[in-house]
Design a protein around this ligand. Structure first.
Ligand code: GLY
Length: 358
């Protein structure tokens, strides 16, 4: 259930293994992936206290080059996979101090973060504002275009034999000898009772006035006067500017969010003020209590596998999620240690008690 990148990648992998696959989604590709920028950022998004998640992000990013090559081979679709790396920058001295605390933490985990002097930053990206105080390079953090990825996965899944059904599904069916995978993003909560909640993100899309590529090539992640912003340049002239993180369930675009995102973006990259503002959009990330995905059987229904709760990381986690869930279905990966921290039963009311007494 769910024809976003996660559901479609699982469908592709399973159909390619010869399984009979039906994907249910009333509006394929219209969820969080339609809004997502497509950063593959296990380094820049490694946050304090999320080390197990960082491990999974790193493993999935390691699988991305092979996954992208296989998908392009299977479909002939250019999915906008780019490997120029990510520059993390701080605008003011306070911004840089905040950023440096995170970069030190990331370096402490052994992640590849190289500090850059302002002159080195500008050598890499001359269009950065002169007042940017400093930065760091996450050379292994790449990007893909989710709006190309989803149609490519849909084609790959269809070519492998998966069938898409657009009738809405409102509840799980009774066990029938098959396996149900719930990859329905925020919709997983109503279907399974799992603690998945919407986390709103507002995003803008800009475009170069002449349709040529933007004047910078790295993904830029910046702290600008206390605002966090990312700028994702695409070859087609698009720049994705994101994103708010809000505990809200609506998808309205607010004037204040557009103002803050644009101000931070232009403060870091002044030429963006001359670009066309072509889209404002909001989406709902599937968040969980520990910000990590839920992967594997429901405690009450071993025939139902959750593949949801990917929160800020759905695109980067697509390859590893597809491999792990396919391994559970075929029986070849039931004891994969990568799954252990992300099992659905970690939120079961009894699980803490068991931990305490084990
Ligand atoms: N990973 C970027 C975001 O969720 O906004």
């Amino acid at each position: 259930m769910g024809a976003g990148p996660i559901g479609l990648a699982i469908a592709w992998r399973c159909a390619a293994r010869g399984l009979r696959v039906v994907v249910h989604d009333p509006a394929p590709g219209s969820g969080a992936s339609h809004v997502a920028a497509g950063m593959l950022a296990p380094v820049a998004e490694a946050y304090f206290g999320e080390d197990e998640l960082t491990g999974l992000l790193t493993e999935s990013a390691r699988r991305w080059p092979g996954f992208a090559a296989e998908l392009t081979e299977a479909t002939g679709v250019d999915i906008g996979y780019r490997t120029e790396g990510t520059l993390m920058v701080g605008l003011t001295a306070d911004d840089l101090a905040e950023a440096r605390r995170l970069w030190s933490y990331q370096q402490g985990l052994g992640l590849p973060v190289s500090l850059l002097r302002p002159s080195q930053l500008r050598e890499r990206e001359p269009a950065l504002a002169p007042r940017v105080r400093g930065g760091a390079l996450a050379a292994t953090d790449h990007q893909v275009d989710p709006r190309r990825l989803v149609p490519a996965l849909r084609l790959a899944a269809a070519r492998a034999g998966a069938v898409l059904v657009t009738e809405p599904v409102r509840q799980l069916s009774e066990p029938s000898g098959g396996v149900t995978v719930v990859a329905a993003g925020c919709g997983a909560a109503a279907l399974t009772g799992l603690p998945v909640r919407p986390v709103k993100g507002q995003v803008l899309r800009l475009r170069t006035p002449d349709g040529g590529p933007p004047g910078f090539r790295h993904v830029i992640r910046g702290y600008a006067d206390g605002e966090h912003v990312y700028l994702v340049p695409r070859e087609c002239g698009e720049v994705v500017v994101g994103a708010t993180v809000e505990e809200r369930t609506d998808v309205a675009v607010s004037a204040g969010a557009v103002l803050r995102l644009l101000r931070a973006a232009v403060d870091l990259m002044p030429e963006l003020a001359e670009y066309d503002l072509v889209e404002t959009i909001a989406g709902l990330r599937p968040g969980t209590p520990d910000n990590a995905p839920i992967l594997g059987p429901l405690p009450s229904r071993p025939d139902v596998l959750a593949a949801t709760g990917h929160h800020r990381h759905g695109i980067v986690l697509t390859p590893v999620t597809a491999d792990l869930i396919t391994g559970l279905i075929t029986g070849e990966g039931t004891d994969d240690p990568l799954l252990t921290p992300f099992r659905a039963d970690r939120f079961h009311p009894d699980s803490k008690e068991e931990d305490l007494w084990s």
